[in-house]
Design a protein around this ligand. Sequence first.
Ligand SMILES: [Mg+2]
Length: 282
Amino acid sequence: MVDFQVDKREAVGLINRPQTYVFDLDGVIYRGNEPQPHASETVAHLRHRGNKVFFYTNNATRSRKDYQDKLQGMDIQCQPEEIMTSAYATALFLRESGKTRIQAYVVGEAGLIQELESADVEVLRNGSVGKVDYVIAGLDRQFNYDKLTNAQQAILAGAKFIATNRDATFPIEEGVVIPGGGAIVSAIETASGQTPFVIGKPETYALEKIIKIAGGSSELTVVVGDRLETDILVGNRVGAHTVMVTTGISTREDAETAPLELKPEIIIDDLIELLNISWSEQ
Ligand SMILES: [Mg+2]
C-alpha cells in the first residue's frame, strides 16, 4: 500500500519541493498502447498536490492533439499546452527564426507535418525537391531510398539540416525496441556529409520552453525519463532534478555506471514511487 500523504520530513522542506514535473512518454507513461503501472494515479496525485505536469517526447510522429487523445484514453487528462514534442518544438524554433515563407523538405510522419504546417512552413514531401530552406528529419516509417536521395540533394543544394531528435530506438509493447528517428537522421547525415542541428532531447531548447511556460525554475523542476542519454542528460544540463524509471530503455545498472552528466539523481522502478520522494533531503 503506497502512502500518499506528504511525509513530515518533506513538509519541513516544502520551500524546496519541486513544482513542475516533466514526463517523457515512451517507456515512462506507456509502452506502445500499454500504459505503465500507476501512470494515471501518479499524475493525478502530483496535480492534486499543486504541481504542474507536462509531457515531453522526442517522438515526432504525432501531433500534440494526438498525444492528448492517447493520454486521455489511458485516463490521463491534459491540455495540448501541457504537451511538448520534438515536432512542435521544431515548429516553434522555425517560427522564432523570424523568417517568413519557409520551405522545407520533410522526412517524417503526419504529426511532424501537421505541426510544421500550423507554423506556416510550406512542407514538401514528394518528387524532386530543388532548392528549399530546410531539410527536417524525424522518424518516418515509410522511409526509403528516394526520400534519402531527396534529402541528400536538398542539403547538397544548400538547405539547412534539422533533426527533430536522434533517438536510436524506441520502446514498444512487450519489451521490444524498434528503430528511432536517429537511425534515419544518421542515414541522411552519412549521405549528405552534414551534421544536423538537433531540436529534441538532449538539446535544451524545448525543455527550457516548458520551464518558461510553467513559470517555474529549473531547480524546482523534475524531469522523469527512461533514457539516460536524452531525458536525464537534458534534465542535468538545465539543472533540474532527474528521475529515471526502469520501465523503458535504460537499466538500473546503466544508470549506476553512467558518467556524471548522464546520472539520474534518483532511480525508481514504478512511477508511484515519485509520490514518496523526500525532496528536502536530496
Ligand atoms: Mg522514453
